[in-house]
Design a protein around this ligand. Structure first.
Ligand code: ZN
Length: 344
């Protein structure tokens, strides 16, 4: 089969012929119909970036994908050949303290498909059956590959009631774009999107944000106050991890508001911990991944009901062999893309 492999400890990747994976008894073999490029994929491709750790080479990466079940291990129950599935990349152990307390997404022994085991930027992938989400029909087939990142945004936005609230979405890469649509669907009174890219601000408006502001322009905080009220936003969903955006987001939040920390910074941040967090009584919530599988049920409902349409955030699709164009686009300085898809 054809696959995108990391073959050296340097920026870039290779398009190569490799053997189709042999599945274990608890696994499914998936014929990958679509993948989308995640921030984790980008870090592996670039050999740098937030959360990057060098994989054992050669290595097939790709954390977000969907496809058709073509082979079923003897211990993998509940699936039939031909089932359409999306993949949850977090392989949870099922026996640690977090797993046993319904927090599988932060399992103590977590392994990630496409980071710790071979991923989905390939024609076929082997995945544990417990990480496959079986679709009941084909209505989400065109967006099956973005279920996982969409689920992370669902988790980040919906961990608290937003009805009647004002929300600042900080960072309009795909996670932020999804978050804007989800916040609106959740009944937020006003959604303000913030990103330095004019292209992505336009996408945020298409996703449902009421207004979009440029953090690099002066008066950004005044712009948030104008929309959210002088006290600031009720919630900030921070998707960028950028130093300036995090600092700005903390100041844009009203005292007692909720700050959701999702974006990964490249290095440790410098914050006014006492002034901005402690003394203002902020509630800081770290969000990693999706609740397995509570977030998946929520997203299926949001998507199938039409409450959120993530399609405007999907801007480009490339065949597998043209993966270099896809990564070059995401790495480009002007960021004229939303979610970038790959079709094996
Ligand atoms: Zn566990």
């Amino acid at each position: 089969m054809k696959a995108i492999l990391k073959t050296s400890r340097a920026r870039g990747a290779s398009y190569k012929d490799v053997e189709v994976p042999v599945i274990n008894k608890d696994e499914l073999l998936i014929r990958v119909t679509a993948a989308s490029i995640s921030p984790g994929d980008l870090a592996i491709h670039n050999h740098a970036g937030p959360g990057f750790a060098t994989p054992t080479l050669p290595f097939i990466f790709g954390q977000e994908f969907c496809g058709e079940v073509v082979e079923i291990g003897s211990l993998a129950k509940g699936f039939d050949k031909g089932d359409f599935v999306s993949v949850e990349s977090h392989i949870f152990c099922g026996v640690c303290g977090q797993c046993r307390n319904d927090q599988r997404h932060i399992c103590q022994n977590l392994r990630v498909i496409g980071r710790d085991v071979p991923g989905g930027l390939a024609e076929y992938a082997a995945v544990p059956a417990r990480c496959a989400w079986k679709h009941t029909d084909a209505s989400l087939k065109d967006i099956g590959a973005i279920m996982e990142p969409f689920g992370s945004s669902v988790h980040a936005v919906l961990s608290e009631d937003l009805v009647g609230r004002t929300v600042l979405i900080s960072g309009c890469a795909p996670q932020g774009l999804f978050a804007a649509g989800i916040a609106k669907a959740a009944g937020a009174k006003r959604v303000v999107a913030m990103d330095a890219s004019a292209y992505r601000r336009k996408l945020a408006l298409r996703m449902g944000a009421d207004t979009a502001i440029d953090p690099s322009e002066g008066g950004c905080l005044a712009g948030v106050s104008k929309v959210c009220g002088p006290e600031g936003a009720d919630a900030v969903i921070e998707m960028s991890g950028a130093q300036k955006a995090v600092a700005l987001g903390l100041k844009a939040l009203r005292p007692g508001g909720r700050f959701v920390a999702f974006g990964l910074p490249v290095s440790n941040l410098s914050l006014d911990y006492a002034g901005d967090i402690v003394k203002r009584g902020l509630r800081l919530e770290g969000v990693a991944g999706r609740e397995i599988f509570r977030s998946w049920y929520k997203m299926e409902s949001l998507l199938k009901s039409g409450a959120v349409d993530p399609r405007p955030a999907i801007t480009h699709t490339f065949p597998l062999k043209d993966f270099k164009k896809a990564f070059a686009l995401i790495n480009s300085k002007d960021k004229k893309c939303g979610k970038v898809m790959i079709t094996p």
